[in-house]
Design a protein around this ligand. Structure first.
Ligand code: SF4
Length: 73
């Protein structure tokens, strides 16, 4: 699956990190990032993510108060 965050709407509360710490981090700029294979992906930059994380990624997207986490096949 592909996963990305639109930083224009991220409020930095970190619900996504709680739901899927394997993928999301909250950084010093108070924005959440998608991290895969040692690389950090910027705003609206889609990362290819293992389907093993599908359930927790969907939880993060559902729980995100800003609806700014996007998941696509
Ligand atoms: S849950 Fe959404 S708004 Fe909150 S830090 Fe994560 S991406 Fe940003």
């Amino acid at each position: 699956m592909r996963v990305w965050i639109d930083h224009a709407d991220c409020c930095g509360v970190g619900v996504c990190v709680d739901a899927c710490p394997e993928l999301f981090t909250l950084e010093s700029d108070s924005l959440a990032y998608v991290n895969v294979g040692g690389r950090r992906f910027g705003s609206n930059e889609a990362a290819i993510v293992s389907d093993e994380l599908l359930d927790s990624v969907l939880d993060a997207a559902e729980d995100c108060p800003q609806d700014c986490i996007f998941v696509a096949a």
